[in-house]
Design a protein around this ligand. Sequence first.
Ligand code: HEC
Length: 162
Amino acid sequence: MMKRRRVSWLAILVLILGAVFLAYQQAGQETRPVVINQTAVPPLPTLKPEKVSQGEILYAQYCAKCHGANLEGAANWKQSLPDGSLMPPPHDSSGHTWHHADELLIGIIENGGDPVYNSKMPLFKDQLSRDETAAILEFIKSKWGIEEREFQWWITVRPISQ
Ligand code: HEC
C-alpha cells in the first residue's frame, strides 16, 4: 500500500514538472526577439483573433474580387498588362505584400496604387476607417507563415539606419 502511494506521488510530480517545463518553453518562444541581418527587433506581436475575423469579413467585401477569395491573386499576376499596369498580386505568402512595412501597405490601401505606373489598385480611404484597414491587414497577416510574418515585422519596426 505504502509503496503504491509513493509511486503515484512520483508520477504526479513528474507530470507537474513536465507541464512547468512546457509552459516555460512556450513562453520563451512567444517573447523571442526577431533577428534578421543581425538586427534584433522586439518580439513578434500576437495577432488579435477579433481583429482577424473583422478583417476577414471586410476583405471578402472589398478586396476578394480582385485579390482572390483565398488571397491567391490573379492568375499570371507576374505578367504586366498591355497598358503596363500590374495585375492584383496574391496577399498570401506567395506574393510580395509581406515584403512591405505596415506604413507602406496602409498607404497603398488608403490612397491606391501609384498612378505613375498606371496602377489599377483603387483607393479605399473614403470607404474604410484606419481601424478597418488595420483589421484587413491583421487578417492578411494571419495567412502568412512565421518567416514572412517575422520578416514583415522586422521591416516595419527596424531602426531607420538599416
Ligand atoms: C479593382 C481591383 C482591386 C481591388 C478591389 C483591390 N485591389 Fe489591391 N491591387 C489591385 C492591383 C491591380 C494591384 C497591383 C497594382 C500595382 O501594384 O500597381 C493591387 C495591389 C495591392 C497592394 C500592393 C501589394 C504589393 O505587394 O505591392 C495591396 C497592399 C493591396 N492591393 C491591398 C488591397 C486591399 C487590402 C484591398 C481591399 C480593401 C484591395 N487591395 C482591393 C487591384 C485591386
